[in-house]
Design a protein around this ligand. Sequence first.
Ligand code: NDP
Length: 253
Amino acid sequence: MFSLKDKVSLITGGNGGIGRGIAIGYANSGSKVAIVGRNQEKSKGVKEEILSTGGSAESFYCDVADYKSVEKCVSSINDKFGDVNILVNNAGIGIRKKEPQELSPEDWRTVMDTNLASMHYFSSLLIDQMKKNKSGKIVNIGSMLSIFGASHAAVYAASKGGVVQYTKSCAVAWAKYGIQVNAILPGYITTNLTDGFRSNFPEEAALVTSRIPSERWGVPEDLAGTAIFLASESSNYVTGASVAVDGGYSVRG
Ligand code: NDP
């Protein structure tokens, strides 16, 4: 029920943090994994990790914020593996300033293009092959800031709020083709992205830690199970959902 045997998955930002955790989980479930990122050394590292355990993977360069780069990347993945069955839109960045007015127009564009426009680039380029196959799974990575606001992360929160609405819209549009589109909203997970938050905003980070009901930050491996479920046939009647994987953070009053 949860097997991804012979499915081709494309994971943006599959070379680090949460994306790496999902890539390894998918490979262990039988998927051929396309690892997409800018840093080729990191991408090759994850590829080697998967190959060393008998899995199937290849790494591909892409700047997900650049449409032409996305087009080229999708075409290379199709050449190598054929049609993509599972897309995980995971690549993301955060630019944190003390208050929203400190964000420059360039900060705004960079975060929105990387976190939100990229999802549209990949989804719209892959939709025809999923339609042709009458099946497909798209998993978009949101955040607790898809739900909550944060004074230090206004553009990040705006992009992640957009992830949930984009997910719902695509789910409604593509359900009739047998394609499911869902989002995962990770809680606070220890990765490169949050290392900067912990060191630069220690008071906010301490507040976060104190309100996690599970009494610990998550690790990338905590996301893999939900990501496998949303990529497998077990979730064929689940679409448009945003699933929090947050140790209870978002339901605490
Ligand atoms: P990391 O910084 O560890 O990983 C981010 C990944 O995104 C990197 O692998 C990076 O690859 C890739 N990436 C960023 N920009 C681009 C780009 N322009 N083109 C291609 N790849 C890019 O962070 P996380 O693993 O924590 O983050 C993964 C996702 O999870 C993000 O969307 C983040 O917003 C989300 N998230 C994380 C949370 C956490 O607590 N960690 C909480 C909630 C959501 P490269 O270095 O090769 O560019």
